[in-house]
Design a protein. Sequence first.
Length: 159
Amino acid sequence: MTRQAIFNIISDCVRNARVLDLFAGGGSLGIEALSRGAREAVFVDNNPGVVRFLRANVKDLDDTPGIESTKVIAGEAAKAIKRLKGEEFDIVFADPPYRQDHVQSTIDGCRELDVVKPGGVLIVEHHKREQPTSLEGWDLLKHGKYGDSEVTVARRLDE
């Protein structure tokens, strides 16, 4: 239900997009974006078993017409954001582990390190008790509640 709601909100942004899937797990958000016309996806997760599974999931996607590339980065999201500084993705998905204080630092890191291009979209799924404390530099597009989960969708303001 949450994934469908996310793609209903961002449907106009997906075609030909560069997508970053932070805290990717099995990569469902990034893979869904590719299936809806995104041209490139980078997946980040720090669990070695999940990374192996994810690499197997996306291995053959580069041969799919319309998909230019997929890449899996093994490591912590905060370090990956620093490594990807200035790459400017059209869409960034972030689904950090609940109640571990990653929500605001992920939002801030994406903005400060120019991971989301101006006009690009950041989608953060978080626990209802772990709200973003600031969206400075962002335009809130949607905030939805789905049980104990909430989704914050924001567009990076042009500079």
